[in-house]
Design a protein around this ligand. Sequence first.
Ligand code: PLP
Length: 417
Amino acid sequence: MAVNPDRLKLPQFDARRIRRDFPALAQKIHGHQLVYLDNAATTQKPNPVIDALTDYYRSYNANVHRGVHTLSELATERYEAARHNLAQFIGASQPEEIIFLRGATEAINLVAASWGLANIGAGDEILLTELEHHSNIVPWQLLAERVGARVVVAPIDQQGNVAPETFSRALSERTRLVGIAQVSNALGTVNPITEMIRSAHAAGARVLIDGAQAVGHMPVDVRELDCDFYALSGHKMYAPMGIGALYAKKDLLERMPPWQGGGDMIRAVNFTRSLYADPPQRFEAGTPNVAGAIGLAAAIAYLKTLGMEAVATHEKILLDYALERLVMVPGLRLIGTPRKRAGVISFWVEGLHPHDLGTLLDHAGVAIRTGHHCAMPVMDHFQVPATARASFGVYNTQEDVHALIAALNQAREVFGG
Ligand code: PLP
């Protein structure tokens, strides 16, 4: 499919200008201007996010919720404002539906340990797709082992799609929970989650969406999706490391038991028993990542100024542009050719192990990721031990694609088979 180059010059979306907001992108690597194409692993951080972090630590660092002094009140106000902003950004009906956590991994583990342990028993089924990141596999295996449940897998086809009919067939009256990545971090597949959620609900199952690769790349509305749980990761959406969140429907959260005990998650404690706080505090034991939440709010504000529709369009155009050119590199094989794709391209270059390719590209200043991408079942499906993966963000440009292609051609000419 040909891409009209004029469409790449979206007047409202100037990736070259956006790039200047990210100080880490200004550096040279091995004498070359850095081309950062490892956004699926983590994104770079814009100045407003870095400023929000330093501002917190410089001027109002304090613990939240229990303080009556000015700094603690200010920190609490900003921390809770971040919850409000995130709720609004993903379409939650109220801030109390947002639990701040370390990342998507912790969010999924919370659901397995709390809702899962209370609602999944012997003989029940947990349905996942073959595309899932290990974060959305292992917590369910741990739970299944503990309670005698079974993990069932909806397979992908040769292109890397989960066909809706295959998915529906894998549902049964024993399915209690369905876990689906909105976007695959290994292949970029965008799953048809609206239909999948609908059919899972019709079968009586609850649905957790792993949105780690989605929220920073496209508009997300959890209420419109009607998912029961949504896990997200701050560091993949231009926010700091160590902050992420779980969205869960309020009626579910209210009935879920705590998963970790400690300060801030209780109403009262004595040695006979403890009374737990309401959500979200019930699920946020201990001192939270206050700076991280404030940084996440700054990242959301930044993304809102760009507009999520515009972000999605920019990345889609760039992805199509990159795909068109990548397939012209001799010996390059795409791993996965999904019907709908976002942000990620996995590939293999004949005669070059992905790890060697990654190192050669790094010497040309191009940062990509190589390996199994914490999605070993996907590697098994395509019978490769690893792939090279280029993944895109708001600051990537056509020049970045050109640099990638040039570095690939050079690596292949010098070292390839
Ligand atoms: N799910 C997917 C699809 C991912 O790509 C990742 C990280 O690569 C995770 C979950 C884990 O996210 P986090 O780093 O926030 O724990």
